[in-house]
Design a binder for this molecule. Structure first.
Ligand code: F6R
Ligand code: MG
Ligand code: MG
Length: 366
């Protein structure tokens, strides 16, 4: 049976600043999806990470389905109404256009979706991150799919060892989808050369070279390109099918113990370690640190099991403590050097304005 899993995520308002959506907002999104989705989708789940709400849907309409995307759009609209009534901060923030036009991509919300022939046993993971950007998944994906130091299957399982095909998008290109396909293991070094640049090159999808099946779909939205100005970081959403020809769930999770430094954090303008957290966790310290959560599901004929929280396990408490130390260490140097993003990536105009004023006062000493 062919099924599509669609995950759509947006910040439509939160309590106390950019911290966490309200229960009333979440309940409204859930109600809209449950009611208006009848007969359209098979199953759904509503989650939240930091200030973002994630809608997970299973259906038989394929990717980019206008009806399914409209359903998510409508749910975010009704959620926004609640956000406005409650005085939530940033109500409707990620809904950048006034009207729905066929597909949420390009309207603000982040979307990841995969259509596949359901296996007899079909497990998958839903990743949602906040206070960071889509390239934050580059390193964990590279390590999980192309490095035997993290993925034992690359040497232990011939099907996994057949390698993977990565589709990488150049997100600096705003006119079109500029993409390149690279195959591992042969092109591992070229892939690394691209993926080092998280702000520019982003993994959009990964396919198995053993059977061609799609393992990964990652959102690549750049809100600032759509809106023409800063409206928040592009907190990314990602789906990963696991096991058999794909990496095991644990191999995909393993790289998140690094807490690698990513762009985001306070005002989307800093560098901070990506902390794996339990679902529903908000942000706090310096509007961060950048966080990622992961819910594991199994699906049969489109019907979802209850989620299992992949980072809710004692090992990750130790990881979180280490990463908190790392966040503290980089924050100790405030605005200096690597702690704040380079001039070109700053999401607020303050420094640019200061520089413009100072420009006139600089002089060449005779
Ligand atoms: C980062 C983020 C927050 C805000 C910060 C200031 O992605 O959303 O760190 O940038 O709270 O928000 P404003 O400018 O809305 O007061
Ligand atoms: Mg936000
Ligand atoms: Mg967010």
């Amino acid at each position: 049976m062919e099924i599509t899993v669609t995950a759509i995520k947006a910040d439509i308002g939160s309590i106390g600043g950019h911290l966490k959506p309200s229960q009333a907002l979440l309940a409204q999104v859930e109600t809209t999806i449950a009611k208006a989705g009848r007969g359209l989708i098979v199953d759904h789940f509503i989650g939240h990470t930091g200030d973002d709400v994630a809608i997970l849907m299973t259906h038989k309409r394929g990717t980019k389905s206008e009806d399914v995307h409209r359903l998510a759009w409508d749910a975010f609209q009704t959620g926004t109404e609640v956000a406005k009534k409650q005085g939530l901060y940033g109500a409707g923030q990620d809904l950048l256009k006034d009207a729905f036009s066929g597909n949420v991509r390009g309207l603000g919300p982040a979307v990841a979706e995969i259509t596949f022939e359901e296996r007899a046993n079909e497990p998958f993971l839903l990743f949602t991150a906040d206070k960071t950007e889509p390239g934050a998944y580059n390193l964990p994906l590279y390590l999980a799919f192309a490095d035997p130091m993290y993925n034992a299957g690359l040497i232990l399982s011939p099907a996994v060892g057949a390698g993977f095909s990565f589709t990488v998008m150049d997100v600096a290109c705003t006119e079109d989808d500029r993409i390149v396909e690279l195959s591992t293991p042969e092109e591992t070094y070229s892939l690394a050369a691209l993926l080092r640049d998280n702000g520019r090159f982003v993994v959009e999808s990964i396919h198995s070279r053993s059977d061609g099946g799609q393992a990964v779909a990652c959102s690549t939205t750049r809100l600032r390109n759509i809106a023409g100005k800063y409206v928040g970081k592009d907190d990314p959403i990602m789906l990963i099918r696991t096991q058999k020809n794909f990496p095991a769930a644990g191999e995909i999770l393993a790289p998140y113990e690094i807490g690698h430094l990513v762009a985001g954090f306070m005002r989307g303008s800093h560098t901070g370690p990506l902390m794996p957290v339990t679902a529903g966790t908000g942000v706090s310290f310096f509007d961060g640190p950048p966080i990622v959560s992961c819910l594991a599901f199994s699906v049969h004929e489109g019907t979802l099991t209850e989620p299992v929280d992949a980072f809710d396990q004692p090992y990750w408490d130790w990881v979180r403590n280490r990463i908190a130390q790392k966040a503290h260490d980089i924050r100790a140097q405030g605005f200096s050097g690597a702690a704040m993003l380079p001039y070109t990536d700053l999401e607020y105009s303050g420094i640019k304005e200061i520089m413009e004023k100072l420009e006139k006062r600089f002089r060449i000493r005779p």
